[in-house]
Design a protein around this ligand. Structure first.
Ligand code: F6P
Length: 490
């Protein structure tokens, strides 16, 4: 049965329960507090209890909040237009041609996914061809690839970091600051070649970023929910302001749907409830995200952070031990290529899984000759037919007792998320639908979806190890860790 939401539809036919059965039983699984929690979220008042702050990302796409932030928004628009039109000049008078977003986690995945998905909606009134690059990893491997193709005099770096203290990000920034010399001095670089985006304005000021090049956002916007805030600057630089706003409008429309639609029509709630059912009653511990449109190929990586960092927990919001399964392992990949890689296991392997397929039904290709347009339309039909076929085989199976090689067990539940077209609005709606799914599951499982203590603990241990590698400590850890440290410091 296909349920229509704003810019997005959901087919749940290949789930083991009908929507009506699920909706009837929803009251048993949804805690009474859910509707209050949803109401609080809609007002930006839901509490991230462990970090002592409200959860406010939803306010970033409300007209009311935009009005309150007019100054900030005006500057955001100005900066985007100045950079996209080639009017932003570097310290030596040359026009900026390249922008590198340096950030990690939510300060990278959302902006990168959005910029990649919405590139073709770029406002083509702007002739200057600004290139936007992304660097995230602490190991420098990405920087190694980007630095040779950009020029210090014509490149601007966006330091994207909610905390403005993440070591991964500043390891990359420190190397960039070595690379700019002798073309630019450090003062020139800070003055004309850097924009900071953070919830921590003081840290940006202390770092030396001029106030006119600082963008802030609220502490209540979690890193993995920040593409709607100024962290989305690199999306706006790729597309122009209007497509960015259209993305916010799509998200806003999905917010309204989530806040008001009855459960049997509510796409995020259905995604959440099927997820809980598959996890708890069918014992399926993983969800494959399988987009069938190349523009959405980063969706699995993005949803990994959104879902696993939010709901991969064993403590309730009030810090009691949880003894039931919570968020599943999120994995997946670009469907058309996955067919030629891991789908064999999905069709005939041993393991249970659930899947979310994402299909884009139609694609316009203005700007191409009619023959090429027709070729691209045919390719879209080819992709959708493969999406439907593989999904069907995973569900229906094809038992053949005579030949085990021809036995397809089937029975793997899936959702099909349908976008009639990929537009900034439908993209925004898709991402917001997943945000609200994760929120709903977090409330059902009684946990706080907005902190990440496990990640913080890992960061602390990494600091202790680094001190030993740098010769500042002789702490011992365990046989394996100590052996690798010894091998590296010998
Ligand atoms: O990985 C943990 C984390 O805190 C994420 O939640 C966050 O998106 C990422 O690090 C980057 O943090 P920041 O934006 O503060 O640099």
């Amino acid at each position: 049965m296909i349920k229509n939401g704003p810019y997005l539809a959901l087919d749940t036919t290949y789930q083991k329960r009908s929507v009506n059965e699920l909706a009837e039983q929803a009251s048993k699984r949804l805690p009474e507090s859910f509707y209050d929690a949803r109401e609080q979220l809609s007002r930006g008042e839901y509490k991230n209890v462990s970090e002592g702050r409200p959860v406010t990302h939803v306010l970033n796409r409300s007209v009311h909040a935009v009005a309150k932030q007019t100054n900030r928004k005006t500057r955001f628009v100005e900066v985007v237009q100045t950079l996209r039109s080639g009017r932003w000049l570097g310290a030596t008078g040359k026009s900026i041609t390249d922008v590198v977003n340096i950030g990690v986690g939510g300060s990278d995945l959302g902006p990168q996914m959005g910029a990649f998905a919405l590139r073709e909606f770029a406002d083509d009134a702007v002739l200057h061809n600004l290139q936007v690059h992304f660097v995230s990893s602490m190991d420098g491997g990405q920087l190694y690839a980007v630095l040779p193709i950009v020029d210090p005099e014509t490149t601007l770096f966006i330091i994207s970091s909610k905390s403005f203290g993440t070591i991964d990000t500043f390891a990359n920034v420190d190397t960039v600051r070595r690379w700019i010399e002798p073309a630019l001095s450090q003062e020139q670089w800070l003055d004309k070649h850097v924009i900071g985006v953070s919830a921590n304005a003081q840290a940006m000021t202390d770092y030396g970023i001029p106030p006119s090049q600082q963008f802030t956002f609220g502490e209540g916007v979690g890193g993995r929910f920040s593409l709607w805030s100024a962290i989305g600057l690199s999306i706006a630089l790729t597309t122009g302001v209007r497509p960015f706003e259209r993305m916010l409008e799509g998200a806003k429309a999905m917010d309204e749907h989530f806040f008001t639609a009855p459960v049997e029509d509510n796409i995020p709630m259905l995604l959440a409830l099927y997820g809980v059912y598959n996890r708890e009653e069918l014992g399926i511990n993983n969800l494959a995200i399988l987009p069938y449109d190349g523009r959405l190929r980063m969706l699995p990586n993005y949803l990994q952070q959104l879902d696993m960092e939010s709901n991969g927990k064993q403590a309730t919001a009030d810090n009691k031990a949880i003894d039931y399964p919570t968020g599943p392992i999120i994995w997946g990949g670009f469907g058309p290529n996955g067919q030629h890689a891991f789908f064999q296991h999905l069709h005939q392997g041993y393991d249970q899984f659930a899947a979310d397929f994402v299909a884009v039904l139609k694609r316009e290709a203005p700007g191409f000759e009619p023959a090429v347009q027709e070729g691209l339309a045919e390719q879209q039909r080819l992709a959708v037919s493969n999406c439907l076929a593989h999904r069907r085989l995973m569900w229906e199976g094809s038992p053949n007792n005579e030949s085990p090689r021809d036995h397809y067990p089937g029975g793997h539940p899936s959702n099909l998320l349908i976008m009639d077209e990929l537009t900034p609005e439908s993209f925004g709606a898709l991402i917001a639908a997943y945000e609200h799914k994760v929120f709903t599951q977090g409330v059902i499982w009684g946990l706080n979806s907005f902190d990440q203590p496990g990640v913080e603990k890992g960061k602390k241990i990494a600091k202790d190890v680094l001190r030993v590698l740098d010769g500042e400590s002789d702490e011992s850890f365990d046989e394996s860790t100590d052996a690798v440290i010894k091998r590296m410091t010998m």
